[in-house]
Design a protein around this ligand. Structure first.
Ligand code: SF4
Length: 226
C-alpha cells in the first residue's frame, strides 16, 4: 500500500520537460538571467520532484486566494486571463505571452492581481515581480496592479501596489529582443553571476554558480509560468 501511495504522489508531481517556443517570451521568465533563459529554450528543463512540489504548493495557495476572492459578492474576478503583446523586431515579430493570475473589477476600475507564494514576506515588492507585471498592465491598459505575497508556512500575506512604469516595460522588451537575437543566431548570452545561480538548473555547466551570489537573494525564486 505504501508503494501505491508513493507512486500516486510521484505521478501527481511529475511534469513534462518544459521547452518554450523561440519567438514567444514570458513575463515571468524574462527578468531571469539571459543565459538561463537561453538554455531553457534550447535544452528545456526537466523539473525535479522537489521543485515540482514547490510549484504545487504555489498552485494550492493560488487556489486558496481565488476561493477567498470569489466569496466576496462585491468583486468581479477573472482568473488566469491570457495576454499577448506582439512587437516588431527587425524583420520579425516577437510575442510576449503570459497569464494574469486575476483581474479584479472594483467600482468600475480593473486591477491586475499577481499572486506569489514565498518563504518569507518581503518589506517591498521584489524587483523581478515588479518587472513581470508590466506587460500585464500594458496589455490590459491598467495603470496599476497589486502583488499579493502569501507566506507558505503561516499563510500570512502582504500586498503591494505597483504602478505601470514605461522604463521598466522598455527594459523587459529589450531583454526579449536580446534573447531572441541570441536564440536565432545560436549565440549564447554571457553568464552573469547572481543570486539565481544558486537555484539555477544549469549550475553544473557554469563556473558562476560556484562563485556564490553577487547580490543577496530575494526570498522567492523565478519560475516559469506561461
Ligand atoms: S548558473 Fe548563473 S550564470 Fe549560469 S545559467 Fe544559471 S543563472 Fe546564468
Amino acid at each position: 500500500m505504501f508503494k501505491v501511495i508513493e507512486e500516486c504522489l510521484k505521478m501527481a508531481l511529475t511534469r513534462d520537460l518544459e521547452k518554450p517556443t523561440i519567438g514567444v517570451y514570458y513575463p515571468s521568465l524574462l527578468p531571469s538571467r539571459l543565459l538561463r533563459q537561453y538554455r531553457i529554450y534550447r535544452e528545456g528543463i526537466a523539473v525535479s520532484l522537489e521543485k515540482s512540489g514547490v510549484f504545487k504548493i504555489g498552485e494550492l495557495l493560488h487556489d486558496f486566494l481565488s476561493g477567498a476572492l470569489k466569496s466576496d459578492g462585491t468583486l468581479t474576478c477573472e482568473f488566469e486571463k491570457p495576454i499577448v503583446l506582439a512587437v516588431k523586431h527587425g524583420e520579425s515579430w516577437i510575442r510576449i505571452s503570459g497569464r494574469v493570475d486575476a483581474v479584479l473589477s472594483v467600482n468600475g476600475e480593473n486591477v491586475v492581481l499577481e499572486v506569489k507564494s514565498i518563504s518569507k514576506l518581503p518589506g517591498k515588492s521584489l524587483e523581478h515581480h515588479v518587472m513581470q507585471i508590466q506587460p500585464y498592465l500594458l496589455a490590459l491598459n491598467n495603470q496599476r496592479g497589486l502583488i499579493v505575497y502569501l507566506e507558505k508556512h503561516r499563510l500570512s500575506w502582504r500586498i503591494f501596489e505597483v504602478p505601470f512604469d514605461g522604463k521598466l516595460m522598455d527594459s523587459i522588451l529589450k531583454r526579449a529582443k536580446t534573447l531572441h537575437e541570441s536564440l536565432t543566431s545560436k549565440n549564447p548570452p554571457k553568464p552573469e553571476r547572481s543570486w539565481e545561480c544558486k537555484y539555477c538548473e544549469f549550475g553544473s555547466k557554469c563556473e558562476e554558480s560556484k562563485l556564490g551570489p553577487s547580490s543577496p537573494p530575494p526570498s522567492s525564486k523565478v519560475l516559469l509560468k506561461k
